[in-house]
Ligand binder design. Structure first.
Ligand SMILES: [Fe+2]
Ligand SMILES: [Fe+2]
Length: 243
């Protein structure tokens, strides 16, 4: 796995055709716990980054992207919801990529991004698609799943990759970029320890909506990405939430 910064351990790995995971492990304060922050770069005619990373990680993520393509080529700075790890470095990316614009759901654009971003956002309606070149992404609104009124996801339809944000958040370094074994168990253990879910009544219907996209790869924001029957795993998560 190419490590792009020896000090931080930031690394980049292609997890689906033209889709790269940038992973930075971090030590959590206290008892030797580790966590990780991932961004996903879709390299295409109009390159798209899903999650900006924390503002203080920006130099590391930019360095990692530069190993894959020139950062000034970036066109879409996309993210699931408004939190520091999802979009904290938004304006830093807009500064280094003159043709880039924020890409988010209509709620995020209206409530936050139209104000805090240095360039106007492209607001995606639920179900709307955007062709990047070889890849096509579809925006899926997912309010309050797992948190944030403005929450949503991108499905990359060519590779069947669901950019699933905080769903299936796993603790640890996420040092293996793509796994096929169980991530539901570790992510559920983490959720029980640190409950970041809204427990909204809409969760079962939203998880079923995501399942119907039939993803083959789940691009998780924290921990390893996963390959397998994504619909089955999303329905298994829904069953766990109902327990
Ligand atoms: Fe979040
Ligand atoms: Fe996150």
């Amino acid at each position: 796995m190419p490590v792009t910064n020896a000090e931080s351990g930031t690394n980049v790995h292609e997890i689906a055709d033209g889709i790269y995971r940038i992973n930075t492990p971090v030590a959590l304060p206290g008892d030797n716990q580790h966590f990780s922050f991932n961004q996903y770069l879709i390299v295409d005619d109009e390159p798209l980054l899903f999650h900006t990373g924390l503002r203080h990680l920006f130099p590391l993520v930019r360095e990692a992207m530069a190993h894959v393509m020139p950062v000034e080529r970036l066109r879409h700075v996309a993210f699931s919801h408004v939190e520091a790890d999802e979009c904290g470095a938004l304006n830093e990316w807009l500064a280094v990529a003159p043709q880039a614009a924020p890409l988010c759901g209509t709620v995020a654009a209206m409530v936050s991004i139209g104000d805090i971003a240095d360039r106007a956002p492209r607001a995606m309606a639920d179900g709307e698609t955007l062709t990047l070149g070889r890849h096509t992404v579809r925006w899926l609104d997912a309010p309050h799943l797992p948190h944030g009124w403005e929450c949503g996801y991108l499905m990359e339809e060519r590779t069947g990759t669901l950019l699933c944000g905080d769903l299936f958040t796993q603790p640890g370094d996420g040092d293996v970029a793509l796994v096929e074994d169980d991530i539901l168990g570790p992510s559920e253990a983490f959720r029980h320890a640190m409950d970041y879910f809204s427990h909204s009544a809409n969760a079962p219907a939203l998880l079923e909506k995501l399942a119907q996209t039939q993803p083959q790869t789940l691009a998780c924001m924290h921990g390893s990405a996963w390959r397998g029957d994504g619909a089955g795993l999303l329905r298994a998560l829904s069953a766990e939430l109902a327990r």
